[in-house]
Ligand binder design. Sequence first.
Ligand SMILES: C[S@@+](CC[C@H](N)C(=O)[O-])C[C@H]1O[C@@H](n2cnc3c(N)ncnc32)[C@H](O)[C@@H]1O
Length: 373
Amino acid sequence: MSRTQDALYAELDLELSWSERDLPERERTKHVHRLHPYLGKFIPQLVETLLARYVPAGGRVLDPFAGSGTTLVQALESGHDAVGVDVAAFNALLMRVKVAEYNLFTLEHELRDAVARLAAADGTTRADVPPYVRRWYAPCAAAELLAFRALIPDYEHADVLRVVLARAARSARRTTHFDLDFPRAPQRGPYWCHKHKRECRPVDRAEHFLRRYALDTVARIKAFARVRARGRSAAVLHGDARALDLDGPFAGVVTSPPYPGLIDYHEQHRYAYELLGLDDLGPLELGRGSTKASVEEYAKGVAEVLERSAERVRRSGRVVIVVNDRRELYPDILERAGLRLEHRVRRHVNRRTGRRAGEYFEDVLVARKKSHS
Ligand SMILES: C[S@@+](CC[C@H](N)C(=O)[O-])C[C@H]1O[C@@H](n2cnc3c(N)ncnc32)[C@H](O)[C@@H]1O
């Protein structure tokens, strides 16, 4: 082990450095956290611990880069109200579906009804298939996705059905099993699959995914309903956190900002934007690109969001930021945001899949407004 690694290990907060055995996948993806895949989320148990450590019991929490809504969901489970902001419309939709309160009987009835109607629909290929759908889906899968989409407006819980459609659309793309995150070109024929170590074929149907995910969604929303605190709610704001009114006051902020050049948060759900006709605010997304100019714009933008967020936090409230700051941008970002670092905790992140293997560490920065220190 190198000396730098020794130093990294010496600083670890073991309570936040779970091993695969401590925290198996089913725990990390419990209830609504796995309503739809999302690359770049933090794990719910991390949020749970940070809320317990740094946010007063029952206080309202803000996440200005809320992503798939991990902070919001865990806040509700831990007895807090919460507000989440995200610039990506699909993320806002996903969060709303996760944190909404449902009449579970109606929800289940509607999802089962939609699936039954889909099974009865005739699966003939349509003439009006949009170019994206024609390119990325086999004719039968395209017909099933579009037939399901046509049913959505008939239901009260249309947004839940939209998330089911997006999840099925992700799985039904003509892609390899090992490249579901950012496939570059459609995979039309059989291929050698690194994940399954055998020859696989791209899928050509979507109905089975729609059925499976509809039932899974009901089960997950029911499971969350059993553990969320009563009388607590979360609001979701869609837009640029540099510009939106963040409301407040808040007892604390728990967030993980994007990082330059790592993940394009609109692009990872391209299929959802195409199928659901969502607003694409990509140019306002922070962290796109890694040129000197885009990194500078990133630092300025994140600092602005953190400063605006901190202004809404009560006296003595904490701003907690989870980041893997390999460029060491955060000392300057905190300074620009008028925040003072109270302490930094380092955690060891266990990467899960072989193809993304490699050790990796993350910092939890606990800061406060300078004027109140
Ligand atoms: C690292 S992810 C957050 C993931 C989140 N912690 C979770 O567990 O799902 C960062 C998020 O910031 C969002 N984002 C990027 N620029 C933004 C902006 N200007 N305003 C609001 N959100 C933005 C991205 O869309 C992305 O979802």
